[in-house]
Ligand binder design. Structure first.
Ligand code: DSN
Length: 419
């Protein structure tokens, strides 16, 4: 049993994994927070490193047998420091939410005030949204975007900060199509004496590749997942420049919140950071943005209402109200056509999060497959055809035809990591 392959031990799960692999290969994946990791990252993830416990940090562990794990974690940390230009990195957080929770544990006491972007405006649950522990255990106040521009109003952020004097301010989020103004957030944080946390989960790959300004030198702490534009395994990192911030973060991650780090993930993060340091990754990051702009232009020219009018980064948020269809039926129809998106609230959305007005789309995955601006224009046309057909209430034929055309396209652009 112990030496047998997945296929022979558990054909049911093996078959489902193969089915998911085929689905990923045949789909135009437009979910802004997803990507395709390389074969090398996948390989590192599925290794014997999963067998090892290693509570603590390199050189100071609570279990023996760390001769190799210490080296792997040190390589990952050094690569993160060098890629992002920071003095300290912690590669142990299990994912983005625990990483952000560690920031609270490091700098706040329960009941202290945090200022973050409201979830319906593009923030993240862990930036103090009401249903999250961060909104229940801390006094969360929120900023949004202006109704007329769809963009963050830094004067509004400043006046909320001056009124509530938060101890922690989050910038960044999950559905922000525009450049984050790190220096402006840093100025406000300094003025009110708050710790500034930049959550760059969505844009980490763009920052690493030089396609978005870096928060380094502005934010006190930086939090990121490793599996979005950064194209690594599912995991997260926390980074800081000042020693006292790094010490507080390390204690918060372990022993504050977590036990043993997931060493197979740490190794895969190291591989992804190595890949992101190569010149090709700069070209990738630049192309992600070019593709998003091309797709945004195509959709705009077809009458789609883009939040903020367009994009500076990898993602596009659209309000489908003028098209006469909700985000959820549109996303479901697009999925049937092989175009994978997620339905999403838009700022000032009168509808509920489980049936909102918008969809969110992004270009990290299609760019990893080597698609360029011409393909983005084609994808924009397909989205328009499907959404228009759904609004008319008769989409089956259009969905079937588009699905066939999507399959023809995906066959020309093999996805990294898939056989
Ligand atoms: N689920 C992530 C996203 O899709 O943006 C955020 O946690």
């Amino acid at each position: 049993m112990a030496g047998n392959s997945l296929n022979s031990v558990d054909p049911e799960i093996a078959g489902l994994i193969r089915a998911e692999e085929r689905r990923q290969a045949d789909t135009v994946k437009l979910i802004a927070s997803e990507n395709y990791v390389s074969k090398a990252v996948l390989e590192a993830t599925g290794t014997v490193l999963t067998n090892k416990y290693s509570e603590g940090y390199a050189g100071k562990r609570y279990y023996e047998g760390q001769q190799v794990i210490d080296q792997i974690e040190t390589v990952a940390v050094e690569r993160a420091k060098s890629l992002f230009g920071v003095n300290h990195a912690n590669v142990q957080p299990y994912s983005g939410s625990p990483a952000n929770l560690a920031i609270y544990l490091a700098f706040l006491n329960p009941g202290d005030t945090v200022l973050g972007m409201g979830l319906p405006f593009g923030g993240h649950l862990t930036h103090g949204w009401s249903v999250s522990a961060t909104g229940k255990w801390f006094n969360a106040v929120r900023y949004g975007v202006r109704k007329d521009t769809g963009r963050i109003d830094m004067d509004e952020v400043r006046s909320i900060a001056l009124e509530h004097r938060p101890k922690l301010i989050f910038c960044g989020g999950t559905a922000i199509p525009r450049t984050i103004d790190f220096p402006a957030f840093a100025e406000i944080a300094r003025e009110v004496g708050a710790v500034l946390a930049a959550d760059i989960a969505h844009i980490a790959g763009l920052v690493a590749g030089g396609a978005h300004p870096s928060p380094v030198g502005h934010a006190d702490v930086i939090s990121t997942t490793t599996h979005k534009t950064l194209r690594g395994p599912r995991g997260a990192m926390l980074m800081a420049t000042a020693d006292e911030h790094a010490t507080a973060l390390n204690k918060a991650v372990f022993p504050g919140l977590q036990g043993g780090p997931h060493n197979h993930t740490t190794a895969a993060i190291a591989v992804a950071l190595h890949e992101a340091a190569q010149p090709e990754f700069k070209a990738y990051a630049a192309q992600v943005v070019k593709n998003a702009k091309a797709l945004a232009e195509e959709l705009s020219s077809r009458g789609f209402d883009l939040v903020s009018g367009g994009t500076d980064n990898h993602l596009i948020l659209m309000d489908l109200t003028p098209k006469g269809v909700g985000g959820k039926p549109a996303a479901q129809a697009l999925d049937r056509a092989g175009l994978e998106t997620n339905y999403n609230t838009v700022p000032f959305d009168p509808r509920k999060p489980f049936d909102p007005s918008g969809i969110r789309i992004g270009t990290p995955s299609v760019t990893s497959r080597g698609m360029g601006e011409a393909e983005m224009r084609q994808i924009g046309a397909w989205i328009d055809e499907v959404v228009t057909a759904v609004a008319k209430g008769d989409a089956d034929d259009v969905i079937a035809r588009v699905h066939k055309e999507v399959s023809d396209l995906t066959a020309q652009f093999p996805a990294p990591g898939l056989s």
